[in-house]
Design a protein around this ligand. Structure first.
Ligand SMILES: Nc1nc2c(c(=O)[nH]1)N[C@H]1C(S)=C(S)[C@@H](COP(=O)(O)OP(=O)(O)OC[C@H]3O[C@@H](n4cnc5c(=O)[nH]c(N)nc54)[C@H](O)[C@@H]3O)O[C@H]1N2
Ligand SMILES: Nc1nc2c(c(=O)[nH]1)N[C@H]1C(S)=C(S)[C@@H](COP(=O)(O)OP(=O)(O)OC[C@H]3O[C@@H](n4cnc5c(=O)[nH]c(N)nc54)[C@H](O)[C@@H]3O)O[C@H]1N2
Ligand code: SF4
Ligand SMILES: [Mo]
Length: 710
């Protein structure tokens, strides 16, 4: 900590230049890295950014995206003032109004909908940004609506479900211990999570073996692996269960551990015995020797970690696949010992920092117990049982369903409709609302459909508390004043709570007071942490002993057979065992012979938000799909040709990028592009019945050379 300050101090350029270094964080990709940034500020303007030396996550480095922060925060389409719509929805004609007027109109509109239809008719929504979520959630609940939607309806929470169903809580790899074998199952951290990527290199340097399992030949797969296994997309459930069978047959299962800590082993064993290596080769396309080698590596290592990622969850069979993969850790007893898996702590802001806070209680204690059932409750009961959130992927159906109540208003922070399969449905829905409020940094197409648009500010312009693995807490101060008339999201939520006159003094008191409430057990003075401006260390004590108390599952054990899922077996057809099922949206046909994987991450993009940042866009200027050179040759397609990706729902026009990153027969395209939005051709009903997650990464498609337009 002291070293950290000393190092940074040495860099101060001196008062004669008028340049000051202020510490802030990068919020482009949250919450994993949340890299520390030294902002060089002159006359209130950020003139340069660097990584903060010694910062717990980025250790002074910045990625391509983070280095472009100036272009991001100074994007010319920043919303400057609160706006009121004057044109038709979507037309983009607005007039500036004051914050006071905006708040009066929002409160009047939301209260009118509440009185007419009930509080549930207001949807409180957020996209990818995470930092203000506990406040938004509390706002929804204090207002009386259980309809709080987040982008987590498509991101990570399916993994959380899978861990909790199986292990009772989320498990993370031991950051101190060193496994002999690390299996990154669908992990591409060299692109999607740099700190984790660094740890992969460390394992290798220390003699560990790294296995990557991915249908795409990613940078991680090529740069730091001992074994790269390449199944067809969505077939991992079959692979994992076959590996389980081999582990059991070879006597590598840890029977002592299973006896003591596992529920449902006989049923699980019977299920996996139905999986054969021959069929696995046929379904997954992985050669027999690789399947056997994978089983041997996991089965015989003294310490192994099988670590799955979000990529496995973006499938119609995602939750069961994820469960099939994580069951391998329990099967081999690789839990709760150094160099294996340990329980994660829900510290705050989606981070497991090794100490507890009251963020969860703050966000959910006002949940309206007597409200009508949330969106998704009827269709995804497991989701609704496990989280205080509605399932956003059911919103477009629910809104039109006859059995449901009407949704009449949307209060949205950081919502981008392009996240939703059949995205324009969300704009259509917005068009029929009595009130749509949208807070964003930029004038997005979703904002264009709002009645009131509010200018939010970036992480450089706000103060914010974050925690980091290793027991760090950081409380930033604004590096620059909010641009134009923008305000930070929590300030906007606080103003809204006050304008609505909610009976919730804590929420109405604003950020600093609620932060002190949330972090009240942290043995540090938060004012001092804030004054320091750099991460402070919290004494965390030893790690948690996972088995100290019964686990948070119905049986108190690790459940290979999930009793929680079993409740929904009869009515919803959910299987308590992690069985493999086909994850495609339709059967194979000659019309759609290829597979489409969407949303693998790019080093120069995060969803939709960086496509308009010139430095980053220049690195991959046009929306381009990766297609294997063999497929391209067969289809008469050359590098840079215009092609169409066609699903049974429609087509988008993109450029061809001939690349072996895609396997033959599979095509890979990125999401979030305005001019080629792949989610328009993904059916909104192509969802995992367990979690509600969309099958973004497994669709039938064909690729055509596009007709030349003049
Ligand atoms: N086809 C396909 N679709 C996918 C995925 C995929 O793999 N394939 N991945 C899914 C996943 S995992 C995710 S997480 C989602 C993400 O999907 P989105 O939530 O759509 O992510 P963004 O494009 O980053 O949009 C977030 C919006 O928040 C705004 N914003 C940024 N910072 C702030 C802030 O501090 N305050 C406010 N008020 N607004 C802010 C941005 O300008 C942007 O308009 O996409 C999902 N969609
Ligand atoms: N640069 C960058 N970084 C990001 C983001 C970004 O947009 N850009 N987004 C952030 C967000 S919101 C998220 S959720 C994370 C996601 O980060 P990750 O969890 O790493 O998710 P993805 O990159 O979507 O998928 C990881 C890998 O899974 C593979 N995969 C897809 N389908 C399958 C399958 O069926 N089986 C197997 N074995 N592998 C499969 C993909 O090819 C991909 O290489 O990244 C975060 N980091
Ligand atoms: S975009 Fe890059 S610099 Fe910013 S938080 Fe993510 S990894 Fe760190
Ligand atoms: Mo995500």
């Amino acid at each position: 900590m002291n070293d950290l300050r000393a190092m940074t101090k040495g860099k101060l350029p001196g008062s004669e230049t008028g340049i000051e270094i202020r510490h802030t964080i990068c919020d482009i990709c949250t919450p994993g890295p949340q890299c520390g940034i030294d902002a060089y500020v002159k006359d209130g303007v950020v003139i340069k950014v660097e990584g903060t030396p010694g910062f717990p996550t980025n250790q002074g480095a910045l990625c391509t995206k983070g280095a472009a922060n100036r272009q991001y925060i100074y994007r010319p389409d920043r919303i400057r003032t609160p706006l009121r719509r004057v044109g038709k929805r979507g037309e983009g004609r607005f007039e500036p109004i004051s914050w006071e007027t905006a708040m009066e109109e929002i409160a009047r509109g939301l209260n009118r909908v509440k009185e007419t239809y009930g509080p549930e008719s207001v949807a409180f929504m957020t996209g990818y940004p995470k930092w203000y979520r506990p406040w938004l959630q509390r706002l929804a609940f204090s207002f009386g609506s259980p309809n709080y939607f987040t982008e987590s309806s498509t991101c990570h929470k399916s993994e959380t479900m899978s861990w909790r169903l199986t292990y009772g809580c989320e498990m993370r790899q031991d950051i101190l211990g060193m496994p002999e074998v690390l299996v990154g199952w669908g992990c591409n951290p060299l692109v999607s999570a740099y700190p984790m990527g660094r740890s992969y290199y460390q394992y290798k340097e220390q003699g560990g073996k790294v296995v990557i399992i991915d249908p795409r030949r990613t940078p991680t797969a090529t740069q730091c692996t001992d074994l790269f296994i390449r199944p067809r997309t969505g077939t991992d459930g079959y692979l994992a269960n076959t590996v389980a069978r081999l582990i059991i047959e070879n006597g590598w299962a840890d029977m002592e551990f299973i006896q003591a800590h596992v529920h449902g082993f006989p049923a699980y064993r019977e299920m996996v015995m139905g999986y054969t290596v021959e069929k696995a080769v046929e379904i997954t396309g992985v050669p027999e020797e690789e399947i056997r080698e994978l089983a041997r590596l996991i089965g015989t290592a003294k310490k192994a970690i099988v670590q799955p990622s979000n990529g496995l969850s973006h499938h119609k069979n995602g939750l069961s696949t994820h469960r099939a993969v994580i069951c391998l850790n329990a099967l081999t007893g690789n839990v709760n010992k150094p160099g294996t898996l340990f329980p994660a702590w829900d510290t705050a802001a989606d981070m497991s920092a090794g100490f507890r806070t009251y963020e969860g209680e703050f966000a959910t204690e006002r949940f309206p117990q007597k409200a009508r059932p949330r969106v998704g409750a009827g269709r995804f009961p497991l989701w609704c049982e496990m989280f205080y959130e509605a399932q956003a992927m059911d919103l477009l159906r629910f809104w039109k369903a006859e059995e449901s109540y009407p949704i009449r208003a949307m209060y949205a922070h950081g919502v981008n409709h392009r996240m939703y399969p059949e995205s324009s449905g969300l704009l259509e829905m917005a068009g029929e609302m009595e009130l749509v409020v949208a807070a964003d940094l930029f004038m997005t197409d979703f904002c264009r459909h709002a009645d009131i648009v509010l200018p939010a500010c970036s992480s450089f312009e706000r103060g914010e508390v974050k925690s980091y693995p290793g027991g760090y807490i950081n409380y930033t101060s604004p590096a620059i004043a909010p641009l134009y008339e923008s305000r930070d999201d929590v300030a906007i939520i606080t103003m809204t709570a006050n304008a609505l006159g909610l009976d919730d003094p804590l929420l109405r008191a604003g950020y600093d007071i609620s932060v002190k409430h949330i972090y009240r057990d942290v043995p540090l003075d938060l004012d001092e942490v804030k004054a320091a401006g750099l991460p402070s260390k919290v004494e965390c004590g030893a790690g948690r002993d996972y088995f100290a108390a019964p686990l948070n599952t119905p049986t108190g054990k690790i459940e290979l057979y999930s009793e929680r899922i079993a409740k929904y077996e009869a009515d919803y057809g959910l299987d308590p065992l992690p069985v493999f099922s086909d994850g495609f949206d339709c059967p194979p046909t000659a019309e759609f012979p290829m597979s489409l994987i969407t949303g693998g991450r790019l080093t120069n993009a995060v969803h939709s938000r960086l496509h308009d940042v010139p430095w980053l866009r220049d690195l991959r200027p046009e929306p381009a799909a990766d297609i294997h050179p063999e497929d391209a040759r067969r289809l008469g397609i050359a590098q840079g040709d215009e092609i169409c990706l066609v699903t049974r729902l429609g087509r988008i026009r993109v450029k061809a990028n001939l690349s072996a990153i895609s396997a033959p027969g599979e095509v890979n395209f990125y999401h979030g592009y305005r001019e080629a939005n792949v989610n328009e051709i993904i059916p909104k009903e192509h969802l995992d019945p367990y979690s509600g997650f969309p099958g973004y990464k497994q669709l039938r498609c064909r690729v055509e050379k596009a007709e030349v337009t003049m």
